[in-house]
Design a protein around this ligand. Structure first.
Ligand code: HEC
Length: 134
């Protein structure tokens, strides 16, 4: 009579490929994270400072635009999931670089152009805006 196999079966749950062992993959991931972490951290700090000094007065710390100026201009909620889903990084970049000037239902919406920002600074700010997403 045959009993069911014991729980401590030797058979691997996932077939192991000889080229890419899970340990190797894990180690290279850790190495990659260690390399990236300090840089990402520095950029986030820079972006936060830029946001605070240049953008926060209208958009608020959380990007929801609930500041005096933001409310007056009915600035859209930059953290909103639907806005984040439809806006591209290029569009974000263009808006920050060129600014915006529109008028809707008698509400003037104006944002200065930040044409003097470097591509790196723009990328940091775009990352900041993306991170506002809930
Ligand atoms: C004087 C107020 C003001 C300041 C300061 C300001 N903005 Fe804006 N921003 C606006 C207004 C107004 C809009 C248009 C909002 C709308 O259409 O609802 C806007 C729109 C945007 C948008 C959305 C563009 C789109 O595709 O709809 C982004 C992204 C943005 N601002 C980022 C920034 C960043 C980054 C900074 C700082 C470098 C900044 N803003 C500084 C007022 C401001």
């Amino acid at each position: 009579m045959k009993l069911s196999p014991p729980m401590t079966s030797e058979a691997p749950l996932h077939p192991k490929s000889p080229m890419r062992s899970p340990l190797r993959t894990a180690l290279s991931l850790v190495a990659a994270l260690l390399l990236l972490a300090p840089v990402a951290h520095a950029d986030a700090k820079k972006a936060e400072r830029m946001w605070k000094s240049k953008c926060q007065s209208c958009h608020g710390k959380d990007g929801k635009g609930q500041t005096d100026k933001g409310k007056k201009m009915q600035v859209k909620d930059l953290s909103a999931a639907d806005f984040q889903a439809k806006v591209t990084d290029d569009e974000l970049k263009k808006a920050i670089k060129d600014g915006t000037k529109t008028e809707k239902d008698g509400v003037k919406k104006e944002m200065d152009s930040y044409a003097d920002l470097t591509d790196e600074q723009l990328a940091d700010l775009i990352a900041y805006v993306r991170a506002l997403k809930p």
